[in-house]
Design a protein around this ligand. Sequence first.
Ligand code: NAD
Length: 494
Amino acid sequence: MTATLAHGAAAEHRIGGQRVPSRHEPLPVEDPSTATTIAHVPRGDARDVDLAVSAARAAARRTRVTTPAERGRLLRSLAAALDADLEGFARLETGDTGKPLSLARSEIAGCVGYLDYYGGAADKLHGETIPIGPGSLAYTVREPVGVTAHIVPWNAPLSMLCRSVAPALAAGNTAVVKPAEQTPLTALRFADLVEGLDLPPGTVNVVTGLGAEAGAALAAHPGIGSLTFTGSVATGRAVLRAAAEHITPVVTELGGKSPQIVFADADLDDVARQVVTGFTANSGQYCDAGSRLLVARTAHDELVERIVARLASLTLGAGIEDPDLGPMVSAEHRRRVSDYVALGAREGATEVGRRRALPGPGHFVAPVVFTGVTPEMRIAREEIFGPVLAVLGFDDEEHAVALADATDYGLGVGIHTRDIDRALRVADRVDAGYVMINEYFAGSPAVPFGGTKLSGTGRERGLVALDSYLKNKTVVARVGPATQPHATQQGEPS
Ligand code: NAD
């Protein structure tokens, strides 16, 4: 890690193209694989946030004179610059989060994908003309909202940043980012990458710090045109309340308790692979982790047996050694996940498979499978955000759909069956934002992602995500002499 961390002084915000030091005691950043401090970052406050919003506003004024085609080219250059430094970013992300190096590489490659995709969209954003009758001209214009704010979680730090910052920039905005206090390092390095390109200084600003301080100040700031919040439901509520003061539009991307539904006709060997990946990838710390397995009772025992067999061969270790599973992000989070494992036993679920020795001294948790779970148990309803699978049996399709919808979340749903009619029927019926048939985690920057119910209101990825970073303006004009009747007179005052 030494080489990557030697890159610049991390204990400074990135504001307006400048490195701004902390006014407070800097915050330590830990490598969760080793439980050692690897860097320090500033503990930002409301003044830092204010400075960043001003810098972003100044940059937004300059961005408005850039042509959309030029903006697209710049975003694609940013993608190329990130791609050229993919290994450096991946190693930094691994040190900061503990995630396996291959996973970090694929997440950074995903970031390159977001920048490329939205770079291609930048010059294809336009309004429409609406024929409302003779003597009238009506058209809409899609304008940037100005300064966009992005509050980012720790589980996939740069990926979550790029997922919302790329469309925000493509739409002609500038950004202020507040990364999670646990994992701020790649955001700082990303700001440096942006500053190295021919973009106005302050196009991407990064203020590090605590959620209750820098995060809260950003959510409550009157100078932001939109806020994208990715994180927990509890914080999502606080952010929505703060944003309400200035009627700031908010995209919320929150938690999940996503089921994989397995019918008896599925290829159980392939499904076992996908279930294991679904709940152990990133050590279960993905919002759309497949943390519930809903399986036809007739296939239950055989599938559980195959899952347990696969788990036995998974490796646990420091992210940089590229194991199958790295640690939890922090000691606090490991305690939280371990408490849920203890709760599962108290609730009467059965833990299957063998416990394994854990590597030390990082924050490791071994994957756990619970069978005999009922929908009322907390381990069946609450997001654990660790490698814990709750298995529930179902009798028929009706029952499967009811179980799938039996939580307050509605993010991902996996469906496994060879019967495409059944798959599409179930996809149609479940209350969730993202359905994956026969391939869990299938996706691309081009397909919208988001949730229903407590999983949030936003849609990120795809062209639809651009709507969150654009204001719609309608222009209606009378054309021709005033004496001539024209359609606009038929409009109702509102
Ligand atoms: P969190 O809510 O604790 O923190 C998220 C961010 O909010 C951090 O940057 C934090 O500093 C900031 N924050 C905390 N308190 C704040 C406040 N009062 N005001 C403003 N900002 C504040 O979430 P986390 O633990 O970092 O992330 C895990 C959660 O994120 C899980 O629930 C996961 O499902 C969710 N998540 C959702 C998606 C999605 O797309 N739906 C993607 C990734 C993660």
